[in-house]
Design a protein around this ligand. Structure first.
Ligand code: FE2
Ligand code: FE2
Length: 173
């Protein structure tokens, strides 16, 4: 169980680094007029779509299904219900941002307004989502998830991850 938690904690740290990197790159572009490093942006979006969307959020969902009935604090419960629903919306916002960078890399035009909007939409939700899970989900895992359930989840998740892995080529690019 602690291995699962450690994995989620490490994922969040990495995603926060990604958010910082995205914000810096966009600041360099919009405030300083620098050319966007599209290769870097595409690598970031590839990671978010193929790891965060396919592995990280599904793992949290598998864990939360087991925790749901054990959370007594109504605020924590409400926030965690919201986090589960946000996974689909985060996926949608990540996809839109990926499409922007792909279009730019293909020489197509994407307006600054659209890029700023899609970036803001993604960053804003992603930052609060991670902060909320750090605050409510991780303590709930520590308090309520049994070691035996952690092992079971690990097996289920690996099976789902294998299936997702087979779909990676169609998600790429
Ligand atoms: Fe999440
Ligand atoms: Fe998360």
């Amino acid at each position: 169980m602690s291995e699962l938690l450690d994995r989620l904690i490490d994922d969040h740290k990495y995603m926060q680094e990604i958010q910082t990197c995205l914000k810096k790159e966009m600041h360099r572009h919009f405030a300083e007029g620098a050319k966007i490093d599209l290769g870097l942006m595409q690598d970031i979006m590839y990671y978010l779509r193929n790891y965060a969307d396919c592995f990280h959020h599904p793992l949290e969902d598998l864990i939360y299904v087991r925790l749901r009935d054990r959370i007594e604090n109504p605020v924590a419960f409400e926030m965690l219900e919201k986090m589960e629903l946000e996974h689909a919306e985060l996926k949608r916002r990540t996809r839109l941002l990926q499409e922007d960078f792909n279009a730019l890399a293909n020489g197509e035009t994407v307006s600054d307004e659209r890029l700023k909007f899609d970036l803001f939409e993604y960053i804003e939700m992603s930052e609060t989502h991670i902060a909320c899970e750090n605050h409510y989900l991780f303590p709930a895992i520590n308090a309520h998830l049994l070691d035996s359930e952690g092992e079971e989840i690990e097996r289920e998740w690996r099976k789902a991850a294998d299936l997702a892995d087979q779909r990676l080529p169609e998600l790429a690019g």
